[in-house]
Design a protein around this ligand. Structure first.
Ligand code: K1U
Ligand code: ZN
Length: 170
């Protein structure tokens, strides 16, 4: 089921989300499935549970096959980070608003899956940025707190800017 995405001034976006004690609970699986559906429908590349009104530590992300496809992370923690990257970011809770955000270049994330097993994921590029953005959501931190040059863009203008920044990097 596609759930409603909470927008900018909703107080739930500012709360620190609670850890999940039983990842194998069917209600958590249902939440994760709904979050995946909501992320793809938006469309976005990530989503954190507070964005659908649930203050629990769950995130989903899919930055494409190049980055390993779909991830569902329960109780994620950044255990290592290195380097910095500055890139354009948006947020499904702030439609059409974009800004430049400095993030770690590479992060290692430890998280549980829906069976409660701990996994370690080493990330770079867009997936690293996405995990950092979503873990910030779980801590009540929003990209507007960190962004410079905040600006309104249409989805087409955002796509153009993303492609241009990739071209400069390659
Ligand atoms: O949490 C969210 O609001 C989702 C957000 C996460 C995000 C990931 C990485 C960079 C910025 C923001 C989005 O999905 S923004 C929209 C999006 O689809 C996208 C972002 C970057 C590159 C390609 C697409
Ligand atoms: Zn966001």
């Amino acid at each position: 089921m596609v759930r409603e995405i909470r927008k900018q001034d909703d107080p739930i976006l500012r709360k620190k989300a609670k850890p999940i004690t039983h990842p194998e609970n069917p209600l958590i699986r249902q939440l994760a499935e709904d979050m995946v559906e909501t992320m793809y429908a938006a469309p976005g590349v990530g989503l954190a549970a507070p964005q659908v009104g649930v203050s629990k530590r769950v995130l989903v992300a899919d930055c494409g096959e190049e980055f390993g496809g779909l991830y569902v992370l329960i109780n994620p923690k950044i255990t290592h980070q290195e380097g910095t990257q500055v890139g354009i970011e948006g947020c499904l809770s702030f439609p059409n608003l974009y800004g430049d955000v400095e993030r770690a270049l590479k992060v290692t994330v430890k998280a549980q899956d829906l069976e409660g097993r701990w996994k370690k994921i080493e990330t770079h590029g867009l997936l690293s940025r996405c995990f950092q953005h979503e873990i910030d959501h779980l801590n009540g931190v929003l990209f507007v707190d960190k962004a410079t040059n905040l600006r309104e863009l249409t989805p087409e203008e955002f796509k153009k800017e993303t492609e241009e920044s990739r071209a400069v990097l390659s």
